[in-house]
Design a protein around this ligand. Structure first.
Ligand code: ADP
Ligand code: MG
Length: 295
């Protein structure tokens, strides 16, 4: 049998991930474009291999308009390579949008911020509340289509570089490399994410839950407005930890509404129990409006 590799034409390398490169490929049968993660599993430790398998297993069950769609995977044992085919996001990621705004000295318009906010929330709501409370977008629903119940998924590494954009500027949450599917009885309590977006409970090495993702999203939305993360002026991990845990959020630049400032503050509450859930956030008047505009 011929290798599935031959079914795709290799195009440019579009990124470098922690385990290998990401390449743009074209399916020969229909000309469709995909992103392909190419991983050399022979060079990976057992732990990393397990992480990759976990990432793929999480991704393949996530069907949502605002989550990078997983398509297929295949292994080339002779070459020691694992290939993961995903939806291609040709519009870059939110970190590039932030860098561009910085370079041009031009703030990101508030409506754009609300729109990205709403799209990421729809994805998080789908991950955090698999049994369907809160809202699901029309393309993202799964609770009534007869598919098996999904476990709750925490992303665990929400940051601007992990929110991709497709060619029509639709936001897609991706890079679930650190996510962990949780059964109801278990908690994720290890974390290796990016420290700027790390919640105070994680800084204190407490268990991670859906509210820790909400904290990171609060940091991300803040960064879309301020073009820098809320907590970053620290030289060491200890200094950063102090900054995060003292609870002082630097003011947003002028021009953003009190509604946006307040919702960001609520997500950056030091007490996880007091942060709103994704489902609660989606009920916010301004986010409902952003949802209607996008339909
Ligand atoms: P890592 O785990 O190393 O952060 P990512 O999955 O974030 O790996 O991928 C690294 C980079 O590759 C991204 O920042 C992006 O530039 C590119 N990339 C990854 N997935 C896609 C995709 N589906 N479409 C387009 N580019 C992608
Ligand atoms: Mg990444």
């Amino acid at each position: 049998m011929s290798s599935p590799l031959g079914l795709y034409e290799s195009l440019d390398v579009i990124g470098t991930g922690s385990f290998g490169i990401i390449r743009k490929v074209r399916r020969r049968s229909d000309g469709l474009i995909f992103a392909r993660k190419e991983l050399n599993f022979e060079r990976m430790s057992e732990r990393d291999r397990k992480q990759i398998v976990a990432e793929v297993n999480i991704l393949k069950d996530l069907h949502h308009e605002h989550i990078v769609r997983y398509h297929d995977r295949y292994v080339d044992r002779d070459a020691g390579m694992l290939y993961i085919l995903m939806e291609y996001c040709g519009g870059g990621d939110l970190s590039a949008i932030i860098k561009l705004a910085q370079r041009q000295g031009r703030p990101i318009p508030e409506d754009t911020v609300w729109s990205y906010f709403m799209q990421i929330l729809l994805a998080l709501n789908y991950c955090h509340h698999p049994n369907g409370y809160g809202r699901s977008s029309s393309a993202g629903t799964c609770e009534s289509d007869g598919r098996e119940k999904r476990p709750q998924v925490l992303h665990r590494d929400i940051k601007p570089d992990n929110v991709f954009l497709d060619e029509s500027n639709t936001a897609k949450l991706g890079d679930f490399g650190l996510s962990k599917a949780l059964t109801q009885a278990s908690f994720a309590n290890t974390y290796v994410g990016t420290p700027y977006y790390m919640s105070p409970e994680l800084m204190q090495e407490r268990a991670y839950d859906n509210k820790s993702d909400i904290w990171s999203l609060g940091c991300l939305i803040y960064e879309l407005c301020a073009l820098k993360p809320p907590f970053h002026e620290a030289k060491t991990h200890t200094e950063l930890s102090l900054l995060i845990r003292n609870g002082r959020i630097p003011p947003l630049p002028k021009g953003y509404s009190p509604a946006l400032t307040n919702i960001i503050k609520s997500m950056l509450n030091l007490n996880p129990a007091l942060r709103p859930s994704a489902a609660q956030l989606l009920g916010h008047e301004r986010l409902e409006l952003a949802f209607k505009v996008s339909e």
